[in-house]
Design a protein around this ligand. Structure first.
Ligand code: C6P
Length: 425
């Protein structure tokens, strides 16, 4: 299989937009960006942690700083107006990308973690109390697990965890049992960053709504990799991060249904989010600015809109098809080793990532050996410690794929794993 056909997307053309993929790996790693040129070609399979940034997005950032860098919503001068228009329109573009009704429903935050905390504090502190429950799954990322756990402690609410079955998928019967009339919030990861499981968010939303609860969708791994439409999902809230979808770091998104955001008090107070202030009282700006206190992530928001344009040009259905192809191939290759354990559902029913362990070898050691061959994977608990405890492991290695990855790169991963097998045999 080459880098052209039979991929659903033109991988070769896409790779040209990502010069970092030409990096070589090896030698002294203390000088950022200056690895030797005669070592192993980079095989970047850590996209679930952070994806790379295509040239149009890098250019959008440079254009902003070269051409119209200025604070937003503050100046009458032309640069400020240009920055304000671009920043506001970025909200419209993101709204369109996820099927939201408009910019009122799109808050720019720092990342997914900040988006969960915003809802947990601004909505949860008010809405939750003793006798209420928050239903999570056993596969939640710490971003939502720890946040809801701590808000529950502050409010006296109970946290319930819907079970993960032995096959690495959510036990929907158990989830249906747990969601009852005490439930105020169901918070669920859409695509697990460890198992690759794809959760049936719409069914969970219907269950939550049947009991008068809200649903929060952690879209950190789904929005970058597949079409996600908040209206189809009937999500009350959805969070994701720019840096996992060709955008810059420092920008996340919180989608919220307009009537819910309108009812919520602000999370952070200060400039930018007020309409009128006296020494005694303050009133709030309209949505979404009510939730964007202080100078917002201006260049990051504008660049995120460019990232969304880039992904839309590729086509989110095509992104998903490419992820499916690579995930299935990697799953099949890795499970062919009898001393490799792959976690989560089968290769044809998962998102584009594969977490695994080699018998008797710590994931960190495995990852070091892979790195010596230029293969970048993540090793550790992937911010899902309770799930790792449940699986009976301290850590795992994880390969995760994106639009520029190829089957040959998965072959390189598999060869490197095989080399580790020989080394530790
Ligand atoms: N997962 C990973 O390597 P932030 O860090 O706020 O941008 O995203 C947090 C987050 C929330 N939910 C899920 C499902 C995630 O995967 C992540 C980020 C990275 O898997 C870093 S731990």
């Amino acid at each position: 299989m080459g880098t052209q056909e039979p991929y659903p997307i033109d991988v070769e053309a896409i790779r040209e937009d990502f010069p970092i993929l030409d990096r070589k790996i090896g030698g002294d790693a203390t000088t950022p960006g200056e690895g030797p040129t005669d070592d192993a070609p980079l095989v970047y399979l850590d996209n679930a942690a952070t994806s790379h940034t295509p040239e149009p997005v890098v250019e959008a950032i440079a254009d902003y700083y070269r051409g119209y860098n200025s604070n937003v919503h503050r100046g009458i001068h032309q640069l400020s107006q240009e920055a304000s228009v671009a920043y506001e329109e970025a909200h419209d573009r993101v709204a369109e990308f996820i099927g939201a009704d408009g910019r009122e429903e799109i808050l720019f935050t720092a990342n997914t973690t900040a988006s969960v905390n915003l809802v947990a504090y601004a909505w949860g502190l008010d809405a939750l109390g003793p006798g209420d429950s928050v239903v999570l799954t056993e596969m939640e990322h710490h971003a939502s697990l720890v946040t809801w756990q701590q808000i529950a402690k502050k409010t006296g609410a109970e946290v319930r965890y819907a079970r993960v079955d032995d096959d690495g998928t959510l036990d929907m019967d158990h989830a249906a049992d747990l969601i009852d009339d005490t439930t105020e919030m169901v918070s669920v990861v859409h695509v697990s960053n460890t198992l690759g499981a794809i959760n049936p968010v719409r069914r969970l939303a219907d269950l939550a709504h049947d009991h008068g609860a809200r649903i929060f969708v952690d879209g950190a791994q789904s929005v970058p990799t597949r079409p996600v439409d908040v209206t189809d999902l009937d999500a009350d809230f959805l969070a994701f991060s720019g840096h996992k979808m060709c955008g810059p770091t420092g920008i996340g998104v919180l989608y919220g249904k307009e009537h819910l955001l309108a009812e919520m008090d602000p999370f952070l107070y200060g400039g930018e989010m007020i309409r009128r202030v006296t020494y005694e009282e303050s009133t709030w700006e309209d949505l979404p600015w009510k939730f964007e206190a202080g100078t917002p992530p201006i260049e990051q928001g504008i660049a995120l809109a460019t990232a969304v344009d880039y992904l839309d040009d590729v086509g989110m259905e095509n992104v998903r098809a490419h992820e499916d192809l690579l995930a299935e191939y990697a799953y099949d290759q890795l499970t062919a080793f009898d001393d490799v354990t792959v976690y989560g559902p089968p290769g044809d029913d998962r998102g584009g990532l594969v977490a695994f362990n080699l018998d008797g070898v710590h994931a960190h050691d495995l990852s070091s050996i892979l790195n010596e061959r230029g293969v970048a994977v993540r090793a550790g608990d992937h911010c899902t410690q309770p799930l790792h405890d449940k699986l009976g492991i301290a850590a795992s290695a994880r390969a995760s794929f994106y639009i520029y990855n190829t089957v040959e790169e998965i072959d390189a991963l598999v060869d490197a794993v095989d080399a580790a097998r020989q080394l530790f045999a």
